[in-house]
Design a protein around this ligand. Structure first.
Ligand code: SAH
Length: 215
C-alpha cells in the first residue's frame, strides 16, 4: 500500500529495524507495508512511525516497531503456521502476523479494543484473522495446537494453558516479570521437551486474567 507515510515507514524499517539486527526479509517486508498510522488516533498519526510505543484506548499501548519486529522474527514463521496472539489491542501486531502465516487467532479482554481491531481487519482485508473476546491466559482451546503463540502483555509467569496449546514443534514468546519490567522469554517445544530461553528486557502492559495479574 502506498500512502503519505510511505517514506517515513521505509525509514523506520531501515533505521529502527535493519540497523538493529532484524534480518528476516518477510518480517521487514510486512513492517514496511502495514500502515501503522491507521492503528492510532488521527491526532497521533504523524507519530505512528516513531521509535517508541504508542498509546491506544483504555491505557493500553502498541509496542515500539522494533519490539513488534523482534518478537515476530523470533517466531520464525514461514507462511504455513497457525498462530495464536494474546492481547489484540489495536490489531497492529495481528495484521503483521497475518502476512507471515496461514491463520491468526487473537484474543482480547477489552471489548472496545476488540471492536476497533475487527474494523481494521476488515478495512485491510485481513480475512485470515479470527478475533475473540476472552481471557487469553486460557488460550483458545478450540483451535489448538498452535505452531506459534505470541503474548503481547506481561505476566508473572508463563500461563500453563498456553504451553499446553503449543504444537510440537512450536514456539511461544511472552514477556514475564513484575509489573514494571519483564524479560522476553522464548519457550520452545520439541520432541516433548520444553525449553525456556531469555531474550531482551522489555516493558509491557499487564496481562490480566486467571493465569496473569489480578489487575
Ligand atoms: N498486540 C497489541 C498490543 C496491545 S497492548 C497491538 O499490536 O496493538 C496489550 C493488550 O493485551 C491490551 O489490549 C490488553 O487489554 C490485552 N490483555 C491483557 N490481558 C489480557 C488477557 N488476559 N487476555 C487477552 N488480552 C489481554
Amino acid at each position: 500500500m502506498t500512502d503519505r507515510f510511505e517514506t517515513i515507514r521505509q525509514r523506520m524499517v531501515q533505521e529502527q529495524l535493519i540497523s538493529r539486527g532484524i534480518h528476516d526479509p518477510r518480517v521487514l517486508a510486512a513492517m514496511g507495508e502495514v500502515p501503522r498510522h491507521l492503528f492510532v488516533d488521527d491526532a497521533m498519526q504523524a507519530n505512528a512511525y516513531g521509535d517508541y510505543p504508542l498509546p491506544i484506548i483504555d491505557g493500553q499501548t502498541i509496542s515500539q516497531p522494533f519490539i513488534v519486529a523482534y518478537m515476530t522474527q523470533a517466531l520464525q514463521l514461514t507462511g504455513t503456521e497457525k498462530v495464536l496472539e494474546i492481547g489484540t489491542g489495536s490489531g497492529y501486531q495481528a495484521v503483521i502476523l497475518s502476512r507471515l502465516c496461514a491463520k491468526v487467532y487473537t484474543v482480547e479482554r477489552l471489548n472496545n479494543l476488540l471492536a476497533g481491531s475487527r474494523r481494521i481487519f476488515d478495512r485491510l482485508r485481513c480475512y485470515n484473522i479470527q478475533a475473540k473476546f476472552d481471557d487469553g491466559t486460557l488460550g483458545w482451546p478450540e483451535y489448538a495446537p498452535y505452531d506459534a503463540i505470541m503474548v503481547t502483555a506481561g505476566g508473572p509467569e508463563i500461563p500453563e494453558p498456553l504451553v499446553a496449546q503449543l504444537a510440537d514443534p512450536g514456539r511461544l514468546v511472552i514477556p514475564v516479570g513484575d509489573q514494571d519490567v519483564q524479560e522476553l522469554q522464548m519457550v520452545t517445544k520439541k520432541d516433548g521437551l520444553i525449553q525456556v530461553e531469555l531474550l531482551e528486557r522489555v516493558r509491557f502492559v499487564n496481562l490480566i486474567g486467571e493465569h496473569g495479574w489480578d489487575k
